[in-house]
Design a protein around this ligand. Structure first.
Ligand SMILES: CSC[C@@H](O)[C@@H](O)C(=O)COP(=O)(O)O
Ligand SMILES: [Zn+2]
Length: 197
């Protein structure tokens, strides 16, 4: 059901995220667009550093598993939303890094004058980029409904959920990993700078 190379790419990305400490416990979830009707996503509750291809399952754009009984990520609707809203998105990665979690509880996050902002397609470091912080909600459908107009009004480079973690995306699994890495670097820099103040 899920193309093997896509399942392998997601399992490998999970291992890389785990090696960086971004997916403690069973935190995090990973997905990739298969085609215009199907999304590949991690099963719920598995350790993302120990993924096998059997842990990558297919859902439709409403988040329903294509094989009845399979349990996709609890946050599947947040992934589906990004594929629906942004046709260029080919993969979505979510983690619970220390920097994302701590900074998300300190109010707004703005990155100013960082060279690495160019990883998101900007031509210069001379700018300020806001990373949205959305309030956490255990009702993921309600959270998705809340953030939908915000994402549409101002498509961000990623977003954080308060006290929870970070969402990043890209055109492919590899591109999404690169962008998440850049986002994590920015978050770690901000955390260090705030400690110095
Ligand atoms: C370790 S609890 C984390 C979960 O509540 C959730 O936020 C998460 O990221 C993983 O959920 P999952 O259903 O495995 O995709
Ligand atoms: Zn989460």
């Amino acid at each position: 059901m899920v193309p093997m190379e896509l399942a392998e790419a997601l399992a490998e990305a999970g291992r890389r995220m785990d090696a960086r400490g971004w997916v403690p416990g069973s935190a995090g979830n990973l997905s990739a667009r298969i085609d215009e009707t199907r999304i590949a996503i991690t099963r719920s509750g598995v350790h993302k550093g120990r993924l096998t291809t059997a842990d990558i399952i297919a859902v439709d754009y409403e988040g329903n598993p294509l094989v009845p009984g399979q349990k996709p990520s609890a946050e599947t609707l947040l992934h589906c939303q990004l594929y629906r809203l942004f046709p260029a998105v080919g993969a979505v990665l979510h983690g619970h890094s220390l920097a994302a979690t701590v900074l998300s509880m300190q109010g707004g996050i703005t990155f100013a004058n960082y060279e690495i902002l160019k990883a998101f397609g900007y031509a210069t470091h001379e700018l300020e980029v806001r990373l949205p912080v959305y309030e956490n909600d255990q009702d993921i459908a309600r959270l998705a409904n809340f953030i939908e107009p915000l994402l549409q009004n101002e498509p961000p480079i990623g977003y954080v959920i308060e006290g929870h973690g970070v969402y990043g995306w890209g055109t492919s699994v590899e591109h999404a990993y690169w962008r998440l890495e850049a986002l994590e670097f920015l978050l770690a820099c901000e955390l260090e700078r705030r400690k110095l103040k």
